[in-house]
Design a protein around this ligand. Structure first.
Ligand SMILES: Cc1cc2nc3c(=O)[nH]c(=O)nc-3n(C[C@H](O)[C@H](O)[C@H](O)COP(=O)(O)OP(=O)(O)OC[C@H]3O[C@@H](n4cnc5c(N)ncnc54)[C@H](O)[C@@H]3O)c2cc1C
Length: 389
């Protein structure tokens, strides 16, 4: 059978190496991790040891100094292999915040150990239960007292805490009433999780639809050394926004990997499954939705690489990153639906992997940014429509 997936591109050598690595973690491995609600520790270790999670860390800090395009290929290949890059994608983009806005001393202190895998920076705490997407209204405060900041508040949906050593925390350092613009007065901190948990920080796991380790977090007098402030006090929201283009593009690439996986799985099954004495794929009612999913995926992939090339050329890419995330998440979700339908009842069986990846890819309509917020960005910033909030 002709292998159409993925479209040949400039990254074939990398893809081959990644396929060798990912091939060691087969569908039985991912099924077991999902069934146990476990963490794919062996997979993430192998990826780290091979240096892939340090792709975007500059060579001077022990990484490979690759661009977003290459990093996105890593994420895509994991999902294309049947795995779930959501277990470790945080490391790829969280370190960017430290790289762009950390002091020389912070970078020297942390980045080489992040690159080697000795330290994991998998977690970023932004979302709060009472304010949701309206981030500038967040209620968690960090008040400076001598050489420390004291944190009170609450976060929700904070992922990979149990598999991370460090966390980036966004908190308000100047009350909303005292800033000119609501986006000012927030700061970001590097939190040493081993020190923090049990000393003012409490973590409560949230059991959820996917096997995604995510948590409620409570801060009650957590003390963070002032030297763990990243960049300038009050500029944290801007720093977080700076990192979003990379995050969105990497997640778009995961969705592209998922979408190609669903298309491939559907076309194989449609060619093999015989009902009414013919392969079900001979029915256009089955074949056309698979073709449609493939077309949508190819189109989304173009926008993903457009976002990557702009980002790597240090050009503005907010529009492309958002649109890539939107198109890729939509393509993967539609491909997932088609794949499930193509498999009939077997699509619901755990051993076929379809229901697992169906659940996993559904997340990207909501996190890390929901579809409506992308519409809102495009309407306001690209089309000049009136601001809605
Ligand atoms: C599994 C998982 C992992 C996550 N990991 C992290 C993490 O590691 N760190 C972190 O900080 N956050 C994380 N999140 C949070 C995620 O980023 C948010 O769930 C997401 O941004 C949406 O916020 P919300 O859930 O508060 O929804 P809300 O803001 O309550 O919105 C609910 C719905 O209303 C829509 N909506 C809201 N306002 C508008 C508007 N003005 N116009 C149109 N529609 C609107 C939204 O699009 C959404 O569909 C995670 C979430 C999940 C589910």
């Amino acid at each position: 059978m002709k292998t159409q997936i993925p479209t040949p591109d400039a990254y074939q050598e990398m893809r081959e190496a990644l396929r060798d690595l990912c091939g060691r973690f087969d569908s039985a491995y991912w099924q077991q991790v999902d069934g146990e609600r476990g963490y794919p520790a062996a997979f993430v270790d192998a990826l780290t040891q091979a240096g892939w999670l340090a792709a975007m860390i500059p060579a001077e800090y022990g990484g490979s100094g690759l661009g977003l395009a290459e990093a996105s290929v890593v994420m895509e290949e994991i999902n294309l292999s049947g795995g779930n890059a959501g277990a470790c994608h945080g490391q790829m983009y969280n370190m960017g915040t430290l790289l762009r806005h950390g002091s020389a001393q912070q970078k020297q202190q942390y980045l080489p150990r992040i690159a080697s895998g000795a330290l994991r920076l998998q977690t970023m705490a932004v979302t709060e239960p009472s304010t949701g997407t309206d981030t500038t209204q967040l209620k968690t405060t960090a008040v400076k007292k001598g050489d420390r900041y004291v944190v009170h508040g609450q976060k929700v949906w904070i992922s990979r805490i149990q598999h991370s050593d460090l966390m980036i925390l966004l908190a308000r350092t100047t009350p909303l009433a005292q800033v000119k613009k609501k986006s000012e007065g927030m700061s970001i901190f590097l939190v040493d999780l081993h020190h923090a948990i049990g000393r003012g920080m409490t973590v409560r796991p949230i059991r959820n639809m996917v096997n995604h380790e995510t948590n409620e977090v409570f801060f009650d007098g957590l003390e963070i050394p002032a030297e763990n402030l990243i960049g300038e006090e009050g500029q944290g929201f801007r720093y977080i926004l700076d990192g979003l283009n990379a995050e969105r593009t990497l997640i778009a690439a995961e969705c592209i990997g998922d979408a190609y996986w669903f298309v491939d799985k559907a076309r194989r099954y449609a060619s093999e499954r015989v009902v009414f004495n013919r392969p079900i794929g001979q029915n256009q009612g089955i074949a056309f939705p698979i073709a449609d999913a493939y077309i949508e995926t190819e189109a989304a992939n173009l926008m993903r690489f457009k976002a990557c090339s702009l980002f790597d050329a240090k050009q503005p890419c907010g529009a492309e990153a958002n649109m890539a995330k939107y198109l890729a998440a939509k393509a993967s979700w539609e491909a997932a639906n088609t794949c499930l339908q193509t498999h009939g009842g077997f699509g619901f069986a755990h051993e076929y992997d379809v229901e697992r990846k169906f659940r996993e890819t559904r997340l990207y309509q909501v996190a890390p940014i929901s579809t409506n917020l992308i519409y809102s960005y495009v309407a306001e910033h690209l089309l000049g429509l009136p601001r809605s909030f």
